[in-house]
Each structure stands twice: as structure tokens, then as C-alpha cells.
Design a protein around this ligand. Structure first.
Ligand code: NAP
Length: 317
């Protein structure tokens, strides 16, 4: 069968790299647009067999270029997303304007499917600009193109994430670790390959559903996640609840950094549980296999954060 062509925006990120592997194994060719081929080319090239991946350098706002890319595509996946704003890379441009442009193109070029990565919990987080921009972007897309599937995952983890790996690094460095809202915000961490294999199934099984929520098998509070990571890297740390007024001041200082550890908008978002709402269908309704367990998967790479690194004994679950 002739392979389909899938155009991916944001392919060099955590979810994108895993998705390229899953799609290309399923006989789907990928075209990946990146802002910087010199920086991202090597991490993209190794994800697919020869002939299955084309990498294009350019801006997501270069209308002529993306129009040309759409003319060769059967499918499109949008994974472009930001957690903090810097100059023109603001929530409005990235989460609303760009999805608006490409969903119109998906309609004009009569694509077979358009998949857009959003996030869980955005309907409740009315005071978060990130969440509200994601919500507005979803609406624009659904208005523009009816063959859209919006994917709303909880936090995604893998060996190449910015979540467990960053937390283990910080837990290794800091004797006292600040927690916000007493660490009681709930998550349903989902393993990255479970998510990306499911996205592939949405395409190959031609699933039609406006919004699908995704969560892993375990509901965990932020504090429980930290405790699990500490136990996996054999470290003891004081998890200290930080008053929100103080957290706001530190977040304000972090906002001056090129890549802030946390911003005030993320602080607001953290107030809301990141769990399945029950209002939409979820991975369970489609029998997608998202059963990987947090401790078991993180144990496969967390030994590098132990004091003896690769020489440490791996934990047997
Ligand atoms: N990971 C999670 O835990 C999680 C949870 C819920 C929702 N999501 C959503 O899932 C999507 C993918 O997440 P991810 O974790 O894979 O993201 P990521 O690792 O941060 O990667 C983001 C991607 O977006 C692209 N990008 C960012 N700003 C851009 C800009 N101004 N212009 C062009 N490209 C830009 C980057 O591409 P280049 O640098 O190559 O151009 C990069 O490949 C996002 O929409 C995110 O909000 C993720």
C-alpha cells in the first residue's frame, strides 16, 4: 500500500520524536518542519528508517512554505506548544493564530485528518493564559476543519522528557525542595510511547472524535511523584510547602531567565488537577494501550541520577 504523508509541526520535541518512530514503523512517511535543522536535524534523522523522513527548515509563520508542505500532505499533526512567552513567541501567536492558519490549510487541501495536541485541565484553569490560549486554539481548529482530533494528555514522561529528568536533576541538587499547594495537585502521568502509539492508531484506525483525553493508569499527586522519584534515585529530601505569595515572587524572578523554571502563569495552572474530566472520551474508551506504570518505566533510566550513576544497582520492581 502507498504510504501516506504526514506533515508534523513541532516534530523535534519530546512527543514528536516518539511519534515519528511510531508513524514510520506503520508505513506513514513524515515531513518535519523545524526552525533549526543544525540544532535539531540529528535528533530527528535517527527516528526513522531511510526514505521515511524529510526534514525542512523554516518558520511556522512562513505562509508560502507551509502552504507548499500542505500541498504534499495527507495528514497533519500539530505539536507546537510553549509553556512560557518570549517576544513574538507568545501564547496568542503559537496556540491560537498558528493553529487557526494550519487548520484552514488542512481544510483547503482536503486532508484526511488533522491531529492537534492540546492539554488536560484547560477548561478549569480560567486564570491561566496558557490554558485559555490552548482552549481558544482548539475552538478555532474545530470550527475550521471537521476531520480534526484534539488530543488532551496529562503530563507525559519518558527518558527524553523535560519533566522527570529535570525533577530528578533538581532533587539531586537541592537539599530542600519547595512544593506548591502542598503538592496536592493531581496528575495522570502517561508514558510517551503509549501516547504516540495511540496517536498512530487514531490515524491508522481512522478514529473520528473531536476531543480525546489521555491519562496513564495511576492518579498521583505532585508530592507522590516527587516521593517516587526520590525513592528511585535513592535520595532523601525535605519537601517543603511554599506559601503561594513567596512562590509568586520567586516565579517573577525566574521569568527573567531565558528558560524559567516556573512562571506565574504555570503557578496558576498548577492549582488545577490535571486528570480526566469525564466530559469527553478518553484513551480507555478506544482500548488504546496506555498501561505503562510510572515507577516501572522511570526505573529504566533513573539510575543515572543515583550517586553512582551507571555503576549503581538497578532497582528490581
Ligand atoms: N510533554 C507534555 O507533558 C505535554 C502535556 C500536555 C500537552 N502537551 C502538548 O503537546 C505538544 C508537544 O509537546 P512536547 O512536550 O513534545 O513539546 P516540546 O518538547 O517542548 O517541543 C515543542 C516543539 O514545538 C516547536 N516550537 C516551539 N516553539 C516554536 C516556535 N515559536 N516556532 C516553531 N516551532 C516551535 C519546537 O520545534 P523546533 O524547535 O524544532 O522548531 C519543538 O519541536 C505541545 O503542544 C504541548 O503543549 C505536552
Amino acid at each position: 500500500m502507498k504510504p501516506k504523508n504526514c506533515l508534523i509541526f513541532g516534530a523535534s520535541g519530546q512527543i514528536g520524536r516518539n511519534l515519528i518512530r511510531s508513524l514510520t514503523k506503520n508505513n506513514i512517511k513524515v515531513t518535519a518542519l523545524t526552525r533549526n535543522i543544525h540544532q535539531k536535524g540529528y535528533m530527528l534523522k535517527t527516528q526513522a528508517n531511510p526514505g521515511y523522513l524529510e526534514i525542512v527548515e523554516g518558520s511556522i509563520f512562513d505562509y508560502e512554505l507551509i502552504q507548499k508542505l500542505f500541498s504534499d500532505a495527507d495528514l497533519c499533526v500539530n505539536l507546537v506548544g510553549i509553556l512560557f512567552e518570549k517576544g513574538k513567541n507568545n501564547f496568542k501567536n503559537i496556540h491560537v493564530e498558528f493553529p487557526k492558519i494550519i487548520s484552514r490549510l488542512a481544510s483547503n487541501f482536503e486532508l484526511k485528518k488533522f491531529i492537534h495536541l492540546s492539554a488536560l485541565g484547560i477548561e478549569n484553569a480560567k486564570d491561566s493564559i496558557y490554558a485559555q490560549s490552548k482552549l481558544k486554539g482548539e475552538k478555532e481548529i474545530l470550527d475550521n476543519f471537521n476531520k480534526t482530533v484534539i488530543i488532551r494528555p496529562s503530563i507525559v514522561y519518558s527518558v527524553d522528557d523535560n519533566f522527570t529528568t529535570q525533577l530528578m536533576t533538581l532533587l539531586g541538587l537541592l537539599p530542600i525542595f519547595p512544593i506548591y499547594y502542598n503538592g496536592q495537585t493531581k496528575f495522570r502521568p502517561i508514558f510517551c510511547s503509549d501516547l504516540t502509539n495511540s496517536i498512530t492508531k487514531v490515524i491508522t484506525d481512522d478514529i473520528r472524535e473531536d476531543i480525546i483525553e489521555f491519562g496513564g493508569p495511576e492518579e498521583m499527586t505532585f508530592k507522590e511523584i516527587l516521593e517516587k522519584l526520590l525513592s528511585l534515585i535513592d535520595k532523601k529530601r525535605l519537601l517543603l510547602p511554599m506559601p503561594i505569595s513567596l512562590a509568586r515572587i520567586t516565579a517573577h524572578i525566574f521569568e527573567f531567565l531565558p528558560k524559567p523554571l516556573i512562571t506565574n502563569d504555570q503557578l496558576r495552572l498548577l492549582k488545577y488537577d490535571n486528570v480526566l474530566s469525564g466530559k469527553y472520551k478518553s484513551n480507555a474508551d478506544f482500548n488504546f494501550n496506555c498501561s505503562s506504570r510510572f515507577e516501572e518505566e522511570v526505573n529504566k533510566y533513573s539510575y543515572m541520577w543515583k550517586n553512582e550513576g551507571e555503576y549503581s544497582k538497578k532497582r528490581v520492581n
